[in-house]
Ligand binder design. Structure first.
Ligand SMILES: [Zn+2]
Length: 588
C-alpha cells in the first residue's frame, strides 16, 4: 500500500518562495541572509498554521546552505540542505514549549547550545509556543539569550505575543505573520488539487479557505478530509455538509426577507438554521459578515475586500445594489450588538429574534417615512419610556441555544416581547424622524399598528407561557389610563379626548370608552394597541381589552369641547344663548 502523506506535510513549503501569503516577511528574511545581517534571536508571532515553524525551518536550512542561490534561497542540493530536507540535520533543534516547559527542558537545551555545529555554520533553536514556558524556565533561558554563542540562533514562535515578557521581546527581532488571505489559500488549494488529481469546485475551496480562518495548515487538513469524503471530488454541497458551514444561501434569503419586510420568513429561516444544528452566535457573526460583504460591494474601491469566489461575487453585487447604504450601516450595527451581547444574554434565541425583527423594521420604517410625507392626517405621539427590565424567559433558565426545539421560538415570545417590539417600532420611528431633522415629530400610528400587529401575529402563534393576569378595579384602570394621557405631548385633541372619555369597567378584564364624536373614535382606535400595551404593563394584566363606542344621542356624556359645554349650559339656562348671541361672543 502506498504511503499516505497528509497534504499539510506533503505540500509544506521548502523554499521562501513557496511560502503562501507571507511574501513581505519572507523577502525581508531572504535579504537579511543575503546581506549577512543575522540576529541572534527572532520572534515569529501570528495565528496558528500560517507558516511560522515552516519559515523557521527554511531559515535554518538557508543560513546553513553551502551554496545559496542568487535570489537568496537554499540550493536544496548541498549536503547540508539534503540533511535538512531528509530531517536528519543536527543543526536544527525544535522544542515545543507547550509540552516541554519546565526548567529542566530549558537547561538541557542550554547545554546543547554550547556545542558548535559539525557541518554548516549555525545551529538553529526553534522554541514553539514560547509563551508557555514557565517563569523559572524563562529566567533560565534569558541568560543564554543575552550572551549566546556565535553559532547559535534562536527562533521563538508564539501565537500569543502579548504573553511574552518585555525582557525577551527587547532581545528579539520581531516578525508578525499575517493570516493568509482567502484568495491565497484558494490559489494554493487549487495547486494541490491539480497535483492530487482532485476535482474541486472553486466555491467549495473558498468555503474551506474561510473555514481555515487564515491558516494554511488547517485549510489543507480540511481539504484532505473533504476530498476523502467525496472520493476525490470536492463540491460546494460536500463542504457545507461536512464542515457544519452555514450555506451562503441562507443569508441571501434572509436579506431578501429584510428588504421586503417579511418578518415571518426571517424568523422561519432562522428556525431552520437552528434546526440544522447551527449555533446562534455562529449564525449572527455570519450575518454581520454578510452585511459587511454587501457593504464592501457598494464601492468599486472596496470590492477587493470581498473574499469570495468569482461565482458568488455577482450575487453579492446584485443584492448589494438593492440594499440602501443606511440599511447596511444600521444592520451591521444591530447584528454586531447582538454578537457582543450574546454571551451575557439569558435568552439567546430571543436576542437573535429581536435582532431579526429590528433589522426587518429598518426597511419598513423607511417605507413609512415615505408614506408620512404624503399623508396629512397625522397625530403626534411621544415614544413610551423604555422598559428597563432585561428580556428574560419566564422560566429564567439559561438556554443551550443550539438544542432548542422548533416550537420554542414562539413560546419565548411573551407579551412583554410584543410590548418591547411595539415600543421599538415607535422608538425607531422617532429616531428616524430625528435623523431626518423633520420639524414636526409625527408618527402615523395606524401604519405602526398594522406592522406591529403583523409581527405580533407571527410570534404569538404558540404562545404557551403563563400570562400576567392581576386583578384590578376601576380606580386602577383610570389611574393607568390617565398616566397614558400624561405622556401624550403633541396631540392636544387626543389628550383631551382621553381625559374626557374615562374608561368604564364592563367585566373583569374588559372596559368601554364612550366617545362623543367620530374624530375621537378614529383617534382612539388608531392607538388602541398602544393604549392596551400600556395598560397591560401598568396593570400587570395581559388580558385587558378596550372597546370603543360612539355615544348614542341622549346618552349622558361629559361635555367635551367649548361648544359642548356651552350647549350643556344653555340647556340648563336658555338665557345664556340670548346673551351669547346678543353680544356676539366667541367661544374660544
Ligand atoms: Zn544548499
Amino acid at each position: 500500500m502506498e504511503n499516505y502523506l497528509v497534504s499539510a506535510r506533503k505540500y509544506r513549503p521548502d523554499t521562501f518562495q513557496s511560502v503562501v501569503g507571507q511574501s513581505a516577511l519572507t523577502t525581508t528574511l531572504k535579504n537579511a541572509i543575503k546581506n549577512k545581517q543575522l540576529a541572534h534571536a527572532y520572534l515569529f508571532c501570528g495565528p496558528r498554521g500560517v507558516g511560522k515553524t515552516t519559515c523557521a525551518r527554511i531559515f535554518a536550512k538557508t543560513i546553513n546552505c553551502s551554496n545559496p542561490k542568487e535570489d537568496g534561497e537554499a540550493c536544496n542540493e548541498c549536503e547540508s540542505c539534503q540533511s535538512f530536507n531528509e530531517q536528519r540535520s543536527l543543526n536544527i533543534f525544535e522544542l515545543d514549549a507547550a509540552s516541554n516547559n519546565s526548567v529542566d527542558d530549558i537547561r538541557s537545551l542550554v547545554d546543547q547550545v554550547r556545542i558548535p555545529p559539525q557541518l554548516g555554520h549555525y545551529k538553529v533553536y526553534i522554541i514553539d509556543e514560547v509563551h508557555m514556558l514557565s517563569a523559572s524556565a524563562f529566567n533560565a533561558f534569558l541568560k543564554t539569550l543575552e550572551e549566546p554563542p556565535r553559532h547559535a540562533i534562536f527562533i521563538l514562535a508564539t501565537t500569543e505575543k502579548h504573553k511574552i515578557i518585555p525582557t525577551i521581546l527587547s532581545r528579539c527581532q520581531i516578525y508578525d505573520f499575517n493570516r493568509i488571505s482567502v484568495n491565497d489559500i484558494v490559489g494554493q488549494l487549487q495547486l494541490v488539487a491539480k497535483s492530487e488529481r482532485v476535482e474541486a469546485e472553486e466555491e467549495a475551496l473558498n468555503i474551506i479557505a474561510m473555514k481555515a480562518d487564515g491558516g494554511m495548515r488547517d485549510a489543507l487538513s480540511i481539504f484532505d478530509q473533504v476530498s476523502s469524503f467525496g472520493n476525490g471530488t470536492i463540491t460546494y454541497q460536500n463542504v457545507i455538509d461536512n464542515l457544519n458551514v452555514l450555506d451562503y444561501d441562507y443569508y441571501f434569503k434572509l436579506t431578501d426577507a429584510f428588504l421586503s419586510v417579511d418578518l415571518s420568513k426571517a424568523l422561519l429561516l432562522f428556525n431552520d438554521i437552528l434546526n440544522n444544528g447551527f449555533e446562534g452566535q455562529h449564525f449572527i457573526t455570519g450575518l454581520s459578515t454578510h452585511f459587511r460583504d454587501l457593504l464592501v460591494c457598494k464601492d468599486p474601491d472596496t470590492l477587493t475586500l470581498l473574499e469570495v469566489g468569482a461565482g458568488i461575487r455577482a450575487r453579492y453585487q446584485e443584492q448589494a445594489a438593492q440594499c440602501p447604504l443606511e440599511f447596511l450601516f444600521t444592520a451591521i450595527k444591530i447584528s454586531n450588538d447582538c454578537d457582543l451581547n450574546y454571551k451575557e444574554s439569558r435568552n439567546k434565541r430571543l436576542l437573535i429574534e429581536l435582532t431579526l425583527i429590528r433589522i426587518t423594521q429598518l426597511s419598513d420604517s423607511k417605507k413609512k417615512i415615505h408614506e408620512l410625507i404624503s399623508d396629512e392626517e397625522q397625530i403626534s405621539i411621544q415614544p413610551l419610556p423604555t422598559l428597563s427590565t432585561p428580556v428574560t424567559q419566564p422560566t429564567g433558565q439559561p438556554q443551550p441555544d443550539a438544542s432548542l426545539q422548533a416550537e420554542h421560538i414562539q413560546s419565548t415570545f411573551s407579551s412583554t416581547a410584543a410590548t418591547i417590539l411595539h415600543k421599538e417600532v415607535i422608538a425607531s420611528e422617532v429616531k428616524k424622524e430625528n435623523i431626518a431633522s423633520r420639524s414636526i415629530k409625527t408618527i402615523k400610528t395606524s401604519s405602526i399598528r398594522k406592522q406591529t400587529e403583523k409581527a405580533e401575529a407571527s410570534i404569538h402563534r404558540q404562545d404557551e407561557e403563563p400570562v400576567l393576569n392581576k386583578s384590578f378595579n376601576v380606580e386602577d384602570l383610570r389611574r393607568s389610563w390617565n398616566s397614558f394621557t400624561d405622556i401624550i405631548k403633541n396631540d392636544i385633541h387626543l389628550k383631551n379626548a382621553m381625559k374626557a372619555c374615562q374608561p368604564v369597567l364592563q367585566s373583569e378584564n374588559q372596559f368601554e370608552v364612550v366617545v362623543q364624536n367620530p374624530v375621537q373614535e378614529i383617534k382612539l382606535k388608531e392607538i388602541t394597541f398602544k393604549i392596551e400595551s400600556h395598560l397591560h404593563r401598568e396593570l400587570q394584566n395581559n388580558n385587558v381589552k378596550m372597546h370603543i363606542r360612539l355615544t348614542e344621542s341622549g346618552e349622558n356624556v361629559r361635555p367635551f369641547t367649548a361648544r359642548d359645554r356651552m350647549e350643556a349650559m344653555v340647556k340648563k339656562n336658555p338665557n345664556l344663548d340670548l346673551l351669547y348671541r346678543t353680544f356676539g361672543l366667541d367661544l374660544n
